[in-house]
Structures are given as structure tokens and as C-alpha cells.
Design a protein around this ligand. Structure first.
Ligand SMILES: NC(=O)c1ccc[n+]([C@@H]2O[C@H](COP(=O)([O-])OP(=O)(O)OC[C@H]3O[C@@H](n4cnc5c(N)ncnc54)[C@H](OP(=O)(O)O)[C@@H]3O)[C@@H](O)[C@H]2O)c1
Length: 244
């Protein structure tokens, strides 16, 4: 068995009905993990579920902005070795148009959902002690912001701060906590960016990223490292995946 192998590990992936979460779930299954996938859209979640390699996987639809859904999801979970949190929305708003509703809509899914799901999983003792891993997906935009991204980026910055504290709190039980901060990757979220701005804006982003736009599998492979024993001495990091 090599250190990147996920055989014998059980991993929950949120946001698994699309984009980075979907690819992470598929790649984790290819590395031998038993994968639990969750998302809101049951049709797309089923598509992900149908693409998983191996056996023993589960799909549990849930809206993670609803506490009752979080509770139901956690209740149905087996003991986990890994937790990948890939939910998010990319709603953009220039500073003068930000309202209380804009703030809460973005934070509820991009921050609160991850924090509350983690709290419930820990409280219900569903994350194994000794050698487990939590991975949050932040964004390179916390270092390199873009116009209109105030709420998205603030929520991600809050998530990064939360992850650092969590890494401190969980180290003694053998749980690693890391963030990854990708630059732009080809997912439905990027298509939304193209619609909100223009294809030209996306082309400019691509030019700025030394290795061009990323593919979901580039992010998924990095997450495999964090879930696997290859990263057993790695915690409290925030890895920028910027394509150079
Ligand atoms: N794509 C990029 O270029 C990029 C770059 C940096 C960081 N990121 C971050 O990476 C993460 C994944 O992005 P992506 O590109 O994969 O986006 P995506 O394709 O739009 O997927 C977002 C996922 O979040 C889920 N989600 C949204 N609201 C939810 C809710 N209330 N309850 C449960 N699930 C919910 C969606 O589920 P449903 O569709 O089923 O509702 C979907 O599975 C996000 O945190 C994003 O900020 C992306």
C-alpha cells in the first residue's frame, strides 16, 4: 500500500453534486476510499454517485443551510476518516450594493454551513481519532482579491481563520485540518463568473494564471494528498493552488 492510498478510509464530501466536490469524490473512490456524497440537487448528486468506483458508497442529499438537514446527514453518517467541505456560492456584489441579505446568503453557505457541519460531526463523535483529516476549500482570492468579491472573499477569509483554530483544537486527537486555496478552475462556478462578467474577463484571468485555468482533477489530486497518510505530519496549512 502506498502512502496516497485511501483503502479502508471513509470520506464525506460536501458540494459533491458539482465541480470540485464531484471530482474529489470520484478521485477519492478511485484511490480506494468509501465515499459519502452530499449536495442539494438530487439528480446531479446521483450522477456523481453513479461515477464512483468501488462499493459501499452512500449519497445523502442535504441543504447545509438548514440545521435539521445537517442533523439528519450527521445521524446517517458512518465513522469518518476524512471530511472535505466543498460547498460555496459565487454571488458577487459591488460594495455599494451589499445588504444584510447579501451578507447572510453568502456566509450561510460559504462559512456557517462548514462550521456547523463540523461542530455536529465532532459533537456526535463521527470523526475518527488518531489519523483523520478535514479539508476546507477556500480561494486564492483571499490573497488576490477581485472587484465585487467582498462577501465571497470575506467568507473565505473567515473560513481560513476558523480552520487555523480548528487545527489547534483537534491536533491532540490526531485530526489534521488544512485549507486549499485554488485559483480559477473550470467548473460551473467559473461559468457563472463568465456570465456575471464576460468571457473576456475569464480569458484575462486565464492569462494571469501562469499554468492557465485548473481542472477539477488538479484540485482533487491535492485533496487526496491531504486525506491520505502521505500528509500525516501536515496540519494548519493553507496551500495556494494557483497554476504558478
Ligand atoms: N471553481 C473555481 O474556480 C474555484 C476557485 C477557488 C475556490 N473555489 C471554491 O471551491 C468550492 C467548490 O466550487 P465549485 O467550483 O465546485 O462550485 P460549484 O460547481 O458551483 O459547486 C458548488 C457546490 O456547493 C453546493 N451547495 C451550494 N449551496 C448549498 C447548500 N445550501 N447546501 C448544500 N450544498 C450546497 C452545490 O450543491 P447543489 O448544486 O446540489 O445545490 C454544489 O455541489 C467552493 O467553495 C468555491 O468557492 C472554486
Amino acid at each position: 500500500m502506498n502512502a496516497f492510498d485511501l483503502k479502508g478510509k471513509t470520506v464525506l464530501v460536501t458540494g459533491a453534486s458539482s465541480g470540485l466536490g464531484r471530482q474529489t469524490a470520484i478521485t477519492a473512490s478511485e484511490y480506494g476510499a468509501r465515499v459519502i456524497v452530499t449536495g442539494r440537487n438530487t439528480i446531479r448528486l446521483q450522477e456523481t454517485f453513479g461515477s464512483l468506483q468501488g462499493e459501499g458508497h452512500q449519497q445523502i442529499p442535504a441543504d447545509l443551510t438548514i440545521q435539521a438537514d445537517i442533523d439528519r446527514l450527521v445521524e446517517a453518517l458512518p465513522m469518518l476518516d476524512g471530511l472535505v467541505q466543498s460547498t460555496g456560492i459565487s454571488e458577487l456584489a459591488p460594495a455599494r450594493f451589499i445588504t444584510a441579505e447579501t451578507i447572510s446568503r453568502t456566509f450561510r453557505i460559504s462559512f456557517d454551513a462548514s462550521v456547523l457541519l463540523t461542530a455536529r460531526i465532532l459533537a456526535k463523535k463521527k470523526l475518527s481519532k488518531g489519523n483523520s483529516s478535514i479539508v476546507f476549500i477556500s480561494s486564492i482570492s483571499t490573497r488576490y482579491p477581485f472587484v465585487g468579491g467582498a462577501m465571497y472573499i470575506s467568507a473565505k477569509a473567515a473560513l481560513e481563520a476558523y480552520a487555523r483554530v480548528l487545527a489547534l483544537e483537534l491536533a491532540s486527537r490526531g485530526t489534521r485540518v488544512n485549507c486549499i486555496a485554488p485559483a480559477f478552475v473550470r467548473t460551473p462556478m467559473l461559468n457563472e463568473t463568465a456570465e456575471n462578467f464576460s468571457q473576456e474577463a475569464v480569458n484575462k484571468i486565464e492569462e494571469r494564471q501562469l499554468l492557465g485555468l485548473g481542472d477539477p482533477v488538479d484540485v482533487a489530486n491535492t485533496i487526496i494528498f491531504y486525506l491520505s497518510d502521505a500528509s500525516k505530519w501536515v496540519s494548519a496549512t493553507n496551500l495556494i493552488l494557483g497554476g504558478g
